[in-house]
Design a protein around this ligand. Sequence first.
Ligand code: MG
Length: 346
Amino acid sequence: MQRVLFPLLMIGLTFLPACEPSETAKKTDDTSIESRVIDPVTITKTAYKGEADTKTQPTVDDEKANAAIAESQTTASKSASIKPAYRKAHEDLDATLWMQTSAEYYATCRQAYRLAEKQLATAIDTPTWSADLVQQAELSGHQSDKNDLPTAVILDIDETVLDNSPYQARRIREDGSFTPETWKTWVEEATASPVPGVKEFLQVAKDSGVEVFFVTNRENAVEHATRRNLEELGLIEPDAVDRILSKRERDEWTSDKTTRRAHIAKRYRILLLIGDDLNDFVSIGEKPSSQARHDLAVEHADMWGTQWIQLPNANYGGWERSVYDWDDSAEDTVKLKKKYGALQAE
Ligand SMILES: [Mg+2]
């Protein structure tokens, strides 16, 4: 019935003069299609924020946006007063809502940690098994004294163990971006929630006699707050030995986590690496392109879901930074323009 009624309704609207805006109304209507078409080079934070004066606003335009607009023009809006959708939301809105409200985010995280639990048993029973590429090479093919090492798992913290989406939500409400100052304030509140499934996984690791290390790119200066957060969530014992390896805790512990994995691999056989960023698993080198990152993930295809467990993070990470060429200090508008340029429509 709907299939019949909708075309009839659209035909009716086309021939109803009352539904067609007058020429005057068209010219003065800020929401007309023409007023949406602008040059991406001129996009400004004001346009991004979607403030009140749409007439003076440069709006987002690239070939794809124009194509979408043209398409909407030829359908609904051409024949009636229906306006094309006009997006002016913060660019992190959907990703943050997905993480905070969706059943799918919960399910994906839970699934990842359930898989980690299953892999743990196999990993413990396989003496040549290691999730660290260097250690894996040492153990494979020949008997090594490292086969007898005690076992450990390594987890990243942000968006792997702790859910920082409230921090993202604050930035969206304030229409702002990440800054080291606001991040530090959030971290020191120590109120992040656990990522779904992590608590259960850590219990299984503990019951299996496996040590748990947290290798994080949080600065060492906030390790006390991080520890407090993890303690309050029951993810580490208050009297536990320090197993949080923060960035720059030692001179050689840079944002590349390889040196920290090597430090742990000296004394433990590393069963699993769990993280939300490629950097949590393998050295990515200096500012790799998105394609290089993707190629690296494909190169290690056999590691995913076996030794390496990936958590979802559509909000931020190396994937986003590589899109804007790792130029963190660039203006938001410059980053946004690069993001539009990276879209693949074919
Ligand atoms: Mg992380």
